[in-house]
Design a protein around this ligand. Structure first.
Ligand code: HEC
Ligand code: HEC
Length: 194
């Protein structure tokens, strides 16, 4: 009888410990997310031209890039400092969190002609083949739809100049065919996509 009661008490204690560990994890994630939100936007949609939105990015893309910042392969002083001591579990949780947030366009569409020209160029240059028909990304390939135009411009110039980190070289080769006019057209076209 007493043995049973003790066993029941122990089981209840274990349950309590498990719940508070989960609560601690949730609180730690909430604090981390708040830090990220200061630059990337509280809802993952960036309010700053040179900071990328994270909302709606494929989880695998977010987690891969965080590891690459942490390992010093993708170079950015701010993101390097922020990821220096981050665990794989936190990276996984952050990836899941931001991937699940709804993405929004960061600028209003320009003329119909501009949108048609942007779409045509994205098809001619095969952007849609890797980034998806709706340019929303897949697996380790980022969402481009709705991304900040200034950020897109900087990254495309970086791939063309071969200074932006590129894990498999695909994006660097894709960027070689782009002229300065293409970069301008695509950056502004993509930023206005839902
Ligand atoms: C002080 C501002 C700042 C904070 C805080 C910040 N970031 Fe960043 N983050 C940036 C900037 C700027 C870039 C773009 C770096 C570049 O140009 O390569 C970036 C890039 C990224 C990227 C790459 C996205 C892409 O589209 O390539 C990811 C993922 C990311 N940050 C996640 C996070 C997470 C998760 C946090 C919170 C733990 C965080 N960031 C906190 C400024 C910040
Ligand atoms: C063969 C596949 C492929 C093609 C074609 C391709 N991309 Fe990419 N793109 C990638 C991959 C993979 C990445 C992630 C690179 C990395 O960080 O390692 C990427 C990254 C990017 C980024 C960085 C976004 C961010 O959030 O950091 C931009 C911008 C981009 N691509 C735009 C384009 C445009 C515009 C085109 C068409 C001209 C294009 N891509 C064609 C595979 C491709």
């Amino acid at each position: 009888m007493r043995g049973l009661r003790i066993a029941g008490g122990l089981a209840a204690l274990c349950l309590l410990a498990a719940t508070s560990a989960q609560a601690a994890d949730a609180e730690a994630l909430r604090q981390l997310v708040q830090t990220c939100g200061a630059c990337h936007g509280a809802d993952g949609n960036s309010p700053m031209p040179e900071v990328p939105s994270l909302a709606g990015q494929p989880k695998q893309f977010i987690t891969t890039q965080l590891v690459m910042f942490r390992e010093g392969r993708r170079l950015n002083p701010v993101m390097a400092a922020l990821t220096a001591n981050i665990s794989n579990a936190d990276i996984n949780a952050l990836g899941g969190y931001f991937a699940a947030l709804p993405a929004m366009a960061t600028s209003a569409p320009q003329s119909d002609g501009h949108q048609q020209a942007g779409r045509a160029r994205a098809e001619q240059l095969n952007c849609v083949q890797c980034h998806g028909a709706a340019l929303k990304g897949q697996q380790h390939i980022p969402r481009l739809a709705g991304q900040q135009a200034a950020y897109l411009r900087i990254q495309l110039q970086g791939f063309k100049a071969q200074t932006r980190f590129d894990m498999d070289g695909n994006m660097t080769s894709a960027a070689q065919a782009m002229t300065a006019d293409d970069i301008e057209l695509l950056a502004t076209y993509l930023a206005a996509l839902p």
